[in-house]
Design a protein around this ligand. Structure first.
Ligand SMILES: C[S@@+](CC[C@H](N)C(=O)[O-])C[C@H]1O[C@@H](n2cnc3c(N)ncnc32)[C@H](O)[C@@H]1O
Length: 270
């Protein structure tokens, strides 16, 4: 008799990639490169300040907070933050890190539904997380419904929708990643993953295919998100920019290459 094993849950897959001791900065352009990080940090401070000015408080829901790199900035700006994480080791890390901070609540979102049940907040923050969520449009729609009038939404560091990008843009992006990857080792895994993707094959049990869900498929539809937010907020700004892992190629690409990545900043919830 043969037994079929159930595919691992998204929570289990996220944990494989973001396990104990995971280095969130490695391979994260929005943490490593000051131009990207500074724009994001400034955006977070501005968002919290504007919401406090308008609503008198800023209760933030931050999805997929990792180890709290950006939570610290939200707190410094004056927010009370509920952070969610799918990876249990990261949940433990956050609980320990903020154990003496009454302004932080940590939620283990095992199946990706808890964030939408947190209740009313003044702002939602998603840093490098929407591309991990298969139904990101449905999730954002629900999250926006829980934002109080006058509130805000920010999503950062997601790949632009591939079908709107030129072949040159895709090639520059992939070659820049490949050059960086050469210095990282794990060639065999990288090569077999690349070959599978070129054939359009995705394995539901393989974290390489599932965790960076939309990075390895078709990008994130920035225009669909922008439309969704435009119906709920008075002002919406879509920021497109070049982003890659290598520091040198980041500096060159910022000046000469087409954008690969986007932030969406929405203010004043109607
Ligand atoms: C690329 S990391 C970004 C972490 C952090 N925001 C940062 O920028 O340093 C993505 C994180 O999102 C988490 N994650 C993925 N899907 C999630 C979901 N639906 N709800 C909560 N966390 C999620 C992963 O476990 C991972 O820690």
């Amino acid at each position: 008799m043969t037994t079929t094993q159930a595919a691992p849950s998204m929570g289990e897959l996220q944990e494989r990639e973001h396990g104990t001791g995971h280095d969130y900065a490695k391979g994260s352009p929005h943490i490593r490169h000051h131009t990207i990080r500074d724009r994001l940090v400034t955006g977070l401070h501005t968002l919290v300040q504007e919401v406090i000015d308008r609503n008198g408080q800023c209760r933030v829901l931050e999805l997929g907070a990792g180890h709290g790199t950006f939570t610290d900035h939200l707190l410094a700006a004056g927010a009370h933050v509920t952070v969610t994480e799918m990876s249990e080791p990261s949940v433990r890390f956050l609980e320990h890190r903020y154990r003496r901070n009454p302004n932080v609540t940590v939620v283990h979102d095992q199946d990706g539904t808890a964030a939408c049940q947190v209740g009313v907040v003044d702002a939602v923050v998603c840093v490098s997380v929407l591309h991990h969520i298969p139904d990101y449009l449905g999730t954002v729609k629900q999250l926006v419904e829980n934002i109080a009038p006058g509130g805000a939404f920010i999503s950062a560091q997601d790949p632009l929708w591939y079908s709107r990008r030129s072949r040159m843009s895709m090639n520059l992006d992939r070659n820049a990643y490949f050059l960086w990857r050469l210095g990282q080792g794990q060639f065999r895994r990288g090569l077999s993953t690349r070959l599978r993707r070129m054939r359009g094959i995705y394995d539901e049990a393989n974290e390489a295919d599932m965790v960076e869900y939309h990075v390895v498929r078709d990008g994130v539809d920035e225009e669909a998100l922008e439309n969704l937010l435009t119906s709920a907020f008075e002002k919406v700004e879509l920021q497109r920019y070049w982003s890659t892992q290598s520091g040198l190629l980041q500096a060159v690409g910022e000046r000469f290459f087409p954008p690969t990545t986007f932030n969406l900043v929405a203010g004043h919830r109607i």
